[in-house]
Ligand binder design. Structure first.
Ligand SMILES: [Zn+2]
Ligand SMILES: [Zn+2]
Ligand SMILES: [Zn+2]
Length: 487
């Protein structure tokens, strides 16, 4: 059925629609109504069903006329997208979010969506802020395109840890090797520091972004006060879990002149200076966390090796030799904007009791991180309940995409633009009120009444569901084409 609907040929004048059976005839009219409904909900997997109507009131005469009624829709409901960003929950809505994230990042790098193209000339860098080492783990080290041995140690002494375990590894790991990120010795690995890093990564970031103007001013040889009259620092950042289960941040940092117009900062301030300042600010960040009666844990970024910072230009290369152009950065950030909302093998919801940890099907390493987070959350350890709240996220409870207010457009603006675009498509000659006049909010008041009618597709629409999946498959291919075109 899916195949038949996906390979829709020219539309016959009458007769059953694609996927029609003797028990469940679906007409072309039904099919098109369905397709339209799916498109409006963005092909969402668990749409919210609403019942209701929109009416217009002529403010001069008080006359009322219907504009829209869900009674005309299949099953008499309107489908509104669930908006969930997790790919595992709603691939369609998470794809929409990812597309918006890419547009938002790209607009701040190369202009568009109301941002002038002159933005490309602003000093702009791509930085990755990483945690320090918490103990040797299996890793895929690269030199250019060559994979290096993981942790080669010829000397027999250097191969043994204090627990007598072999902590060398000659393997050139493939990309999906399950050993990647796993500690060579679980007893050597500093789980407390790793979990606390995740729990305080957001605090470390806030310190970093607070220190950055200070270091930039110093680099320019001016006061911070003077800097504020010349420059604004704008950024977008995403958090990503490394294989070892520790988050790191990828950030685009750009310099603008103060004000709303996305003007360049004065000449003489360049990306190289910003690179220096980012590196210095990252080194300066530290945070001391007391843990029970034991020694306090000192958290830092793994600077200077842990901070990779490069200007964003077409000819800049990443550490793996990939070009670091504006497009590449936008795609890279968009990828992590949704990918990292869940840790592979970990539950999407919070753990209620310690015993829940035993039932998780995840690696021993992640289990140990979760257990550590749980224990650190006790009153005796840190007394911070958020460690238990976010134990299932290995301690990290922050946002996955954050940005400064004027980095570029907002998700809200993109959503509104999409709705406006759909409306313009439905009303090519401009929207009209029920009396046939161009819609004018000062002449006509539009009011809507909605009631919640449930979530997901109703069982009665099983036939429609198959059509839904076919339509979704087509939409998916369209998005893939779009993505490969921009990659
Ligand atoms: Zn959805
Ligand atoms: Zn290894
Ligand atoms: Zn050991």
């Amino acid at each position: 059925m899916t195949g038949a609907a996906a390979a829709l040929g020219p539309e016959p004048a009458a007769g059953p629609g694609p996927g029609a059976t003797a028990d469940d005839p679906i007409s072309w009219a039904d099919f098109h109504a369905w397709e339209r409904q799916l498109a409006t909900s963005g092909y969402c997997f668990h749409p919210i069903r609403l019942r209701g109507h929109t009416d217009a009131i002529d403010l001069a005469t008080g006359e009322t006329a219907p504009v829209y009624d869900t009674a005309a829709e299949p099953e008499g409901v309107l489908h509104v997208p669930c908006g969930n960003r997790r790919e595992a929950v709603c691939p369609a809505c998470s794809a929409t979010y990812k597309r918006d994230a890419r547009q938002l990042v790209r607009a701040g790098l190369s202009g568009g969506k109301g941002i002038p193209e002159t933005i490309t000339a602003h000093p702009c860098v791509f930085a990755t802020l990483t945690a320090p080492s918490f103990g040797p783990v299996h890793s895929r080290r690269m030199r250019g395109k060559t994979v290096l041995p993981c942790r080669p140690r010829r000397d027999a002494h250097a191969r043994r840890c204090p627990h007598g375990r072999d902590i060398s590894c000659p393997t050139r790991h493939v990309e999906d090797d399950p050993r990647l990120g796993q500690p060579m010795c679980g007893d050597c690995y500093d789980y407390t520091a790793a979990v606390l890093f995740n729990a305080h990564a957001g605090d470390l970031w806030r310190r970093f972004i607070t220190y950055l103007p200070r270091h930039l001013a110093r680099r320019l040889g001016i006061t911070q006060k003077r800097l504020r009259t010349l420059v604004r620092i704008r950024y977008v950042k995403v958090a990503e879990y490394q294989a070892r289960g520790v988050v790191h941040f990828h950030v685009v940092i750009r310099l603008d002149a103060p004000g709303q117009g996305y003007q360049p900062p004065p000449p003489g301030i360049d990306a190289a200076m910003l690179c220096d300042a980012v590196g210095q600010a990252a080194v300066a960040v530290r945070l001391v966390i007391p843990v029970g009666t034991g020694p306090a844990i000192r958290l830092t970024f793994g600077a200077p090796q842990g901070t990779d910072v490069r200007p964003i230009r077409r000819d800049t290369l990443t550490s793996t030799g990939q070009p670091l152009g504006q497009q590449a950065v936008a795609n890279y950030i968009a990828k992590y904007a949704t990918k990292t909302l869940a840790v592979p093998g970990l539950p999407p919801q919070r753990l209620r009791h310690r015993v829940d940890i035993e039932h998780l099907r995840c690696s021993a390493h992640y289990r140990q991180m979760i257990t550590t987070a749980w224990e650190l959350g006790s009153k005796r350890a840190t007394g911070q309940p958020r460690l238990r709240l976010w134990a299932h996220m290995l301690g990290y409870g922050g946002h996955f995409l954050t940005k400064s207010r004027r980095y570029s457009v907002t998700f809200g603006q993109l959503r509104r633009a999409r709705a406006d675009h759909r409306r313009a498509e439905r009303h090519p000659g401009g929207e009209r009120d029920p009396w046939g006049r161009p819609l004018d909010e000062t002449v006509v008041l539009v009011i809507s009444t909605w009631t919640y009618a449930g979530t997901g597709y109703t069982a009665a629409l099983d036939g429609g569901l198959a059509l839904a999946s076919a339509a979704r498959a087509r939409e998916h291919r369209r998005v893939r084409r779009e993505e490969s075109a921009v990659a």
